[in-house]
Design a protein around this ligand. Structure first.
Ligand SMILES: [Zn+2]
Length: 336
């Protein structure tokens, strides 16, 4: 079974392989017009130097050294990605140095997270998978903002570039809390929770659902039972403890509750239905209830804003399938 990153890299998903991908339509459109793309080793060194000018950036580089991840330039549709399977951090050379410095902080943060605890693990229940997937993206984005904040005096262009990106609400939230409280930890936590309100969250929902669908279909086809999949109910508290700390080990957020709030641990209805369709045959084969998968804890937002749960969506899809089957039977009967 492919890992989430391998699955993405194999091109099974049309949108985001990982990381800091989305903000960029505006920046990308502008950047693609540039003819020359600098992929030199000197440029990589210049980016590393940009990181070395702040504490978070320096600690990011120290971790990179320790992990031994290879840094490469790769032309792609995204800002960058981290591949745990290949231990590679890739950056899109078409982007500006300001964008790439924060992308480096983001992608190496993913490498660090991977050393703390495996997120997006297909052995996790869908609930835990979604909670951890969202948590690592929000955390990597909050690490970027912390770096940009530390660099505000030395290189204000980094903060300004962030403020022009699709992730601007996060730096705005950071700034507001930092002004009010003077606490970097509190500011970082507030920036992190702002990620859940960004439109980009829906893109991650989509790719996580596609991946879990792939796992569920593969398991259904297999002859031997592999009941360990979708079964690990990793607690959100464990995720918070593993991820939400700075590189000195100081936590900036300890309460797991916000991550489980229905406005945060949620799927759009279309994504929830896709996931339900993929999970139903698997659930039948392995005797798993929606509750066992944690789907009663996953909120689902209908297009009109109404909320329901993943468990109720599974029931709804089952009922629809039963009705369709009954109608088919009746029609077949009528033909005879
Ligand atoms: Zn990311």
């Amino acid at each position: 079974m492919l890992s989430y990153q391998e699955f993405m890299a194999a091109g099974n998903v049309t949108n985001f392989p990982s990381g800091h991908e989305n903000a960029g339509n505006r920046t990308l459109a502008r950047a693609f017009k540039r003819q020359r793309v600098d992929q030199s080793a000197q440029r990589m060194e210049a980016l590393k130097k940009m990181l070395s000018e702040s504490k978070t950036g320096r600690q990011t580089l120290e971790f990179l050294e320790e992990k031994g991840s290879k840094m490469i330039f790769e032309k792609m549709k995204y800002y960058g990605y981290f591949s745990p399977d290949k231990n590679i951090v890739a950056l899109n050379p078409r982007m500006s140095n300001e964008d790439l410095a924060v992308t480096m902080v983001h992608e190496i943060r993913h490498a660090w997270q991977d050393s703390q605890m495996q997120a997006t693990d297909p052995k996790m229940t869908p609930k835990a998978f979604l909670a951890s997937g969202f948590a690592i993206e929000a955390d990597a984005c909050a690490a970027e903002v912390t770096y940009a904040h530390e660099m505000r005096e030395k290189n204000p262009k980094i903060w300004d570039a962030h403020q022009k990106s699709g992730y601007a609400p996060m730096s705005t939230a950071f700034e507001k809390t930092f002004k009010e409280t003077g606490s970097v930890e509190q500011a970082r936590a507030d920036a992190l929770m702002t990620w859940y309100k960004l439109p980009v969250k829906a893109s991650y929902e989509k790719s996580y659902v596609q991946y879990m669908g792939y796992i569920a279909r593969a398991l259904k086809k297999q002859k031997e039972m592999e009941p360990e999949y979708f079964s690990k109910n990793t607690s959100t508290k464990k995720m918070v403890n593993a991820f939400f700390k700075d590189y000195d080990g100081k936590p900036f957020m300890t309460d797991p509750k916000p991550l489980e709030a229905p406005e945060n641990l949620s799927l759009k209805e279309e994504h929830a239905k896709k996931l339900a369709k993929a999970l139903i045959p698997y659930m039948a084969k392995y005797g798993r209830s929606a509750e066992k998968l944690g789907m009663d804890k996953v909120a689902v937002v209908r297009p009109n804003g109404e909320k329901t749960t993943g468990a109720l969506i599974i029931q709804q899809v089952k009922d629809e399938q039963k009705l369709t089957a009954a109608l088919k039977k009746m029609q077949n009967g009528a033909i005879r």
